[in-house]
Design a protein around this ligand. Structure first.
Ligand code: ADP
Ligand code: F6P
Length: 324
């Protein structure tokens, strides 16, 4: 019996993340390898609503595996949270003969994927965000590159912080999650890590900690703040006033979202991209690719998104115990 040729769409949504291109490439090449048609949708859900579609060929994704950002570009589209907009998107897909969608993005984008599935669109989600804040998966595309970029930047700040015997408050991204902060706290040997999951806003404790370190002859004091805890610039001013230690704040910002993806991001993104196509070809829908216990597998999207967001309390605790 001849194989059915389906038409699948792929889009990236929300904040871009290094490795998204590797995932797009895998989706495109795996779809073509499995004799399916694949449409690239530009600028996430906003582009879907504007019908910004491009036919993808094997050559469309040449020279992309090593590049940061997303060749399909990305956007935020608040109107997608309304049911009638999602229904309009499904009708647009039908009009263009799109039989299934692959959505690469973070927590918000995956909630959009759930909404599409509720409206009858076959959809597979791939977690793509530097924040690692998608429930159910121990890996999201871009996190590995982002933490390596942040780690290298913090190493550099540490050099000047030590030379000037300063306190450095360094703010990393993560929206309301502290994973980048905790990983950098461990990798960079920070004296304090403040993240939304644990921070009690008691600055007195930090100030006492700094004073103890000064008394013990420490040459610098590094505080890594997850952006979700608040204004790092103002915190630096308060710390300097209270401790007398010269204090500078650095916000690492968007550099964490750019750059060539690490090997891990390329390999896991490629695996997730291929699995997403295989699932659609097998007629599966409303699934998400996840990394769990060392394997890339798939879960029911609704069940996965209803799980608790993990936070590694042990990593957080040992990080603090090393700062003696
Ligand atoms: P990320 O995907 O990186 O977490 P956002 O939270 O900004 O980024 O979400 C990206 C987009 O996903 C939003 O602009 C919107 O189009 C869509 N989205 C977010 N939340 C929902 C929701 N509850 N229902 C439908 N679509 C959503
Ligand atoms: O979700 C990725 C992320 O970089 C978060 O860490 C950050 O809070 C947010 O996106 C910034 O979003 P924007 O690109 O809209 O400034």
């Amino acid at each position: 019996m001849a194989q059915t040729i389906n038409t699948f769409g792929v889009l990236t949504s929300g904040g871009d993340a290094p490795g998204m291109n590797a995932a797009i490439r895998a989706v495109v090449r795996r779809a073509l390898y499995r004799q399916q048609r694949i449409i690239g949708i530009k600028r996430g859900y906003a582009g879907l609503l504007q019908e910004e579609f491009i036919e993808m060929t094997a050559r469309s994704v040449s020279e992309t595996i090593q590049r940061g950002g997303t060749i399909l570009q990305t956007a935020r589209c608040p109107e997608f949270e309304e049911d009638e907009t999602v229904e309009r998107a499904v009708q647009i897909c039908h009009k263009h003969g799109i039989d299934g969608l692959i959505v690469i993005g973070g927590d918000g984008s995956l909630r959009g994927a759930q909404a599409l599935a509720r409206h009858g669109m076959p959809v597979i989600g791939i977690p793509g965000t530097i924040d690692l804040d998608v429930p159910c998966t121990e890996y999201t595309i871009g996190f590995d590159t982002a933490v390596n970029t942040a780690m290298n930047a913090i190493d550099k700040i540490r050099d000047t912080s030590t030379s000037h015997e300063r306190c450095s408050v360094i703010e990393v991204m993560g929206r309301s999650a502290g994973h980048i902060a905790v990983w950098c706290g461990l990798a960079n040997g920070a004296e304090e890590v403040l993240c939304p999951e644990k921070y009690d806003y008691n600055e007195e404790v930090i100030i006492e900690h700094i004073k103890e370190h000064l008394a013990n002859g420490k040459q610098h004091f590094i505080i890594i703040n997850a952006e979700g805890i608040g204004d790092s610039m103002k915190m630096a001013q308060r710390i300097e006033a209270a401790t007398g230690m010269e204090t500078r704040a650095t916000i690492l910002g968007y550099m964490q979202r750019g750059g060539n993806p690490t090997c891990r991001d390329r390999v896991y993104a490629s695996t997730m991209g291929a699995l997403a196509v295989d699932l659609l070809v097998e007629g599966k829908t409303n699934r998400i690719t996840v990394f769990k216990n060392g394997e890339i597998i798939d879960y029911d999207l609704d069940e996965a998104m209803a799980m608790d967001k993990h936070f590694d309390t042990y990593q957080f605790e040992i990080c603090k115990s090393f700062a003696i």
